[in-house]
Design a protein around this ligand. Structure first.
Ligand SMILES: Nc1ncnc2c1ncn2[C@@H]1O[C@H](COP(=O)(O)OP(=O)(O)OP(=O)(O)O)[C@@H](O)[C@H]1O
Ligand SMILES: [Mg+2]
Length: 306
């Protein structure tokens, strides 16, 4: 890297630090496998946290398939700037701010063909230049896998609160989820917990549950790997419909097992111990664990308590 590029990188890192210092908890939603419900978890987590009174930002780092905007019903929004430098996030509802590459795409059907280094650059630009203001939470949706996007996030945000790993119950998904757990451990990113999504299908006719992908795989993986389990969410047609329509299904007034399951998980993260005692401590002793991070850390780590 040339000297002027190094300076630019260092200045951008400083801007990221300043932006992130104004945000309470930063949560990265990951999964090893595609289509298991990362964006669904991101959107429900965000909406329910807002319902609980928190201020929430959502950053969509899935540059090839940015779905967050559609699920919040703001896919026609565009990126705006007041000063020509920073980006103003989109507000789907009071208390919620969203930033996504989808807002910069002129044709939503055009494929985004980028090399890894370009993706890292775009994510760092979103982190450095999005004017989130002060927030309680930043929820970051990621594409499937453990690639450039996840690596850039881990290397650019000093004090990630932790990751929520999403899986479905069947063996092929669990195999990939195990990789996500090990990725987080390798990079010193605390694991808030694992969600087993699509844990049974609620039949819209008889309300019986059909174990279409099996059940319990996520919980068993957590037990065998010593990772915290946050809960299981069944499949429900109304949830998928609400997401296709960009509607907040928390407001439909009907009772839904999947929504109740999500609510219990979000309550654990917001009010319970998922961000504290339930955390994986394997980051202890890694480069992420140093005294300057203690002020931001919510763990029960002994060095923090001293
Ligand atoms: N519990 C659920 N009940 C019903 N539909 C669901 C549930 N979870 C996810 N879906 C639906 O399944 C599809 C895939 O979910 P989603 O987009 O959240 O997965 P993803 O992991 O983000 O996918 P990708 O890897 O492509 O980013 C979406 O249409 C979503 O509405
Ligand atoms: Mg997604």
């Amino acid at each position: 890297m040339a000297d002027n590029q190094k300076d630019e990188y260092a200045m951008q890192s400083e801007r990221i630090r300043e932006r992130m210092d104004r945000i309470g908890r930063k949560i990265v939603v990951m999964s090893g496998k595609g289509g298991v419900g990362k964006t669904t978890v991101t959107v429900n987590l965000a909406n329910m946290l807002v319902d609980m009174g928190a201020t929430v930002g959502v950053l969509d780092t899935d540059l090839h398939g940015p779905n967050v905007a559609k699920m919040f019903g703001v896919e026609n929004a565009t990126i705006d700037s007041a000063d020509g430098v920073s980006f103003i996030p989109v507000n789907p509802r009071p208390g919620l701010k969203v930033m996504s590459l989808a807002f910069a795409l002129e044709d939503p059907d055009a494929p985004v063909i980028w090399r890894g280094s370009m993706k890292g650059g775009a994510i760092r630009q979103f982190l450095a230049d999005t004017d989130w203001g002060t927030l309680d939470y930043l929820i970051i949706d990621t594409p499937p896998g453990t690639g450039d996007e996840q690596l850039t996030l881990c290397q650019s945000i000093d004090d990630i609160t932790g990751t929520v790993i999403v899986t479905t119950p069947q063996d092929v998904a669990i195999l990939d989820a195990r990789r996500s757990v090990n990725f987080a451990r390798k990079l010193g990113m605390p694991i808030i917990g694992v969600i087993e999504n699509m844990s049974g299908l609620i039949c819209p006719h008889c309300n019986e549950e059909i174990p279409i992908f099996g059940k319990g795989g996520g919980r068993r993986m957590c037990m065998s790997m010593g990772a915290p389990f946050l809960g299981a969410v069944p499949m429900e047609m109304d949830l998928r419909e609400a997401e296709d329509d960009g509607k907040n299904w928390n407001l439909d007034g009907a009772s839904h097992p999947s929504r109740d399951a999500f609510y219990a998980i979000v309550d654990k993260i917001h009010n319970g111990n998922a961000c504290t005692t339930g955390r994986d401590m394997s980051f202890k002793g890694t480069s992420k664990c140093n005294p300057s991070n203690c002020a931001h850390c919510t763990s029960n780590c002994s060095s923090r308590n001293e």
